[in-house]
Write a protein that binds this ligand. Structure first.
Ligand code: 2P0
Length: 330
């Protein structure tokens, strides 16, 4: 917790209401970026170098309940988490940004219906749900723009999980972080499907935060990343408007692989992909050359997220047995 963060929170909360409840609760969806966030311009305020664009995962995400108590206690999926565990530490460190809630401690109960830290962006839904539950507990009545900025302090991708559907997180330019928040694109695509191909549940060897910093500091290829991200967001936005699935899929896949190429060119190299991830990438290419419209995206981990339309669900599921199919707009 830094003075800059404390001041930022104070500014966001100035003018907030004060209608406290005994318990605050909220659900936030997980999200998958189609054009990725990778690299920070300010670590304290968690400001990104580039904007990003995601799709939220509907009913897959995090439900959080929070109460005032004498001493802190954090539960994850029904089990009490050791106070030294990184999940508990990050949660409590975040809550200490809000000292004026009239309590010496918090009881936080978090239920994830997605694998924690397996590259399925559970910190995104986690911090978004935590901020929304806090808003409920304190009765601040903050708008979603402010909730998005507070969630950003916990985890960058959480700024996008405050909304459903397609979401853009604007990087912003202001050093004070007041123009860096997410906005919904307000576009439906009922036929849009995401298939989760789980390669590993293991925690990633290098977390996103350290991975990003290493990439920005050491990768020669990173110089071209912000410009690609900006181009890709524009292309994907236009593809969403036109319901042009091949353009969306191709741009999202290229964006993810460019991010991984950039990570690999860091030193020490960041290689999140495993051999099964590479096999799946080849299989997607084979399926496309056989005429099946399927694309992929990958986050900072080995798991593969397939992008396809409803009409191709059977073909994709046959090619990838055990695929978990998500309907983000249902
Ligand atoms: C994204 N990722 O846009 C990118 C793509 C992973 C790869 O946002 O340091 O947990 O907490 O702001 O949000 C994961 O990074 O990082 C992420 P912090 P975060 O979804």
């Amino acid at each position: 917790m830094s003075d800059i963060q404390t001041q930022f929170v104070k500014n966001i909360l100035s003018g907030a209401k004060n209608n406290p409840n005994s318990c605050g609760s909220a659900f936030a969806p997980s999200n998958i970026a189609l054009s990725k966030y990778w690299g920070k311009r300010d670590a304290d305020l968690n400001l990104p170098i580039n904007s990003s664009l995601s799709v939220s995962l509907g009913a897959l995400g995090t439900r959080t309940e929070i109460r005032r108590t004498d001493c802190d206690a954090v539960y994850l999926n029904g089990l009490k988490v050791d106070g030294h565990d990184s999940f508990a530490l990050r949660t409590l460190e975040f809550l200490h940004l809000f000292p004026d809630l009239g309590t010496s401690g918090f009881e936080v109960r978090t239920e994830n219906n997605i694998p924690t830290a397996a590259g399925l962006a559970s910190s995104a839904s986690g911090f978004a749900a935590l901020v929304m539950a806090l808003d409920d507990l304190a009765g601040w009545g903050l708008d979603k723009k402010k909730l998005s900025m507070l969630a950003r302090l916990g985890s960058g991708s959480a700024s996008r999980s405050v909304f459903d559907g397609f979401v853009q997180w604007n990087a912003g330019e202001n050093p004070d972080g007041t123009d860096s928040y997410a906005e919904p694109l307000s576009r439906d695509w009922k036929e849009f499907r995401i298939g989760i191909l789980e390669i590993s549940k293991a925690r990633k060897p290098v977390g996103s935060r350290d991975g990003m910093n290493r990439t920005v500091q050491t990768s020669e290829l990173y110089k071209s990343w912000p410009a690609q991200a900006n181009r890709d967001i524009e292309t994907i936005r236009a593809a969403i408007d036109a319901k042009d699935f091949p353009t969306l899929g191709k741009t999202a896949e290229n964006n993810a692989l460019a991010m991984h190429a950039t990570m690999m060119s860091a030193w020490p190299p960041l290689i999140y992909l495993q051999s099964e991830s590479i096999e799946a990438i080849h299989q997607v290419q084979r399926l496309r050359s056989d005429g099946l419209e399927v694309y992929l995206t990958i986050d900072a981990g080995p798991n593969i997220k397939l992008l396809f339309l409803e009409k191709n669900t059977e073909g994709v599921s046959e090619a990838f047995p055990g695929l978990q199919c998500i309907q983000p707009f249902e």
